[in-house]
Design a protein around this ligand. Structure first.
Ligand code: ZN
Length: 100
């Protein structure tokens, strides 16, 4: 959602998150005076402010880390299974050769 900036002659500059399809504000939601729409800044809310960014970033990092851990477990399991089935297959082949 884009973030729009408005200037109220009484309250000063304020920001408002609006859908691009929404009508721009004509009056200040605080004092009902006429407002002037400033140039919009199309930035995501997740990246607004250093606190938000830090929280978000560390959450993403934690998630990536846990996914990586799971993937590693999977890989180990697959590798384990493959090695076992390979050994089993190889043993069977050896027996078949001996029986022949
Ligand atoms: Zn105002």
């Amino acid at each position: 959602m884009p973030l729009y900036e408005y200037r109220c002659s009484s309250c000063g500059v304020f920001e408002k998150l609006q859908k691009a399809s929404d009508e721009p504000l004509k009056v200040c939601p605080t004092c009902n005076r006429e407002v002037e729409k400033l140039v919009s800044r199309d930035i995501g809310i997740a990246f607004k402010g250093p606190g938000f960014y830090k929280t978000d970033y560390s959450a993403i990092k934690d998630r990536a880390r846990s996914i990586n851990k799971e993937r590693q477990k999977d890989n180990e399991a697959i590798l384990d299974k493959d090695v076992k089935s390979y050994v089993k297959q190889s043993d069977e082949t050896t027996r078949k050769i001996q029986e022949a």
